[in-house]
Design a protein around this ligand. Structure first.
Ligand code: MHO
Length: 218
């Protein structure tokens, strides 16, 4: 019991991680809601973002619902195992996080607005878990594509931390790292809650407002 629990609550080491495979696993061709090719390149003028904030089913829904978000997709990132399966990530032996990758139009929605949804949409003080979902696949993470995104992420964290503290929460455990390789999750995970409207959603916010976005810049 103790061993199982301890293993779940920390990152696997690189030498203990599962070996994975060299080739990408199959996934959906198109986004279930928009019909766009899931592997579309980022169109000129658009930008990408990546977040981990618990079970990716509910996380993806938060982002696809935002005006200015053009495409969403779920996958695994931040670990060691190339091209992992969902089953492998569930063993917590790949090091990967469940993430959503977002392609958005910065003329309509700014990165700061996405950060606000990120901070307010989950509890970023829980370490290797999110609610009932336990393990490093559910850690909080912001994976940045540009130095500007990294600076905005760090600044928003610095703004939000005292608000959380004032509300009785502990320190923020969110990792902020340059975007790692994104491995697509299996077809059935893509837009899961659009396909299964009554499906499980494991994320909930803290109720604390993050003072970025909506006109306020971090
Ligand atoms: N507790 C959920 C998590 C699913 S999510 C894709 C389940 O075990 O089905 O990690």
């Amino acid at each position: 019991m103790f061993f199982t629990n301890a293993r779940k609550m920390e990152m696997v080491s690189v030498d203990q991680a599962l070996p994975g495979r060299p080739d990408a696993l199959p996934t959906a061709d198109t986004h279930f809601l928009s019909g766009l090719a899931l592997k579309s390149p980022v169109p000129a003028g658009m930008a990408e973002a990546m977040f981990g904030m618990g079970c990716f089913w509910g996380v993806e829904r938060k982002f696809w619902a935002l005006p200015g978000v053009w495409l969403t997709m779920v996958g695994y990132a931040g670990g060691f195992t190339p091209n992992p399966t969902y089953k492998e990530t569930c063993t917590q032996m790949t090091g990967h996080n469940e993430v959503v990758r977002v392609i958005f139009d910065p003329a309509v929605i700014r990165y700061d607005d996405l950060l606000k949804v990120f901070w307010e949409g989950h509890d970023p003080t829980q370490g290797m878990r999110q609610g009932n979902d336990v393990g490093s696949t559910y850690r909080s993470g912001i994976y940045t594509y540009t130095p500007e995104q990294a600076a905005a992420a760090e600044a928003s964290k610095a703004l939000f931390a005292p608000r959380l503290k004032a509300a009785g929460f502990g320190p923020i455990t969110t990792e902020i790292l340059p975007a790692p390789v994104f491995y697509f999750a299996e077809e059935y995970h893509q837009q899961y809650l659009a396909k299964n409207p009554n499906g499980y959603c494991g994320i909930g916010g803290t109720g604390v407002t993050c003072p970025v976005g909506a006109g306020v810049r971090a």
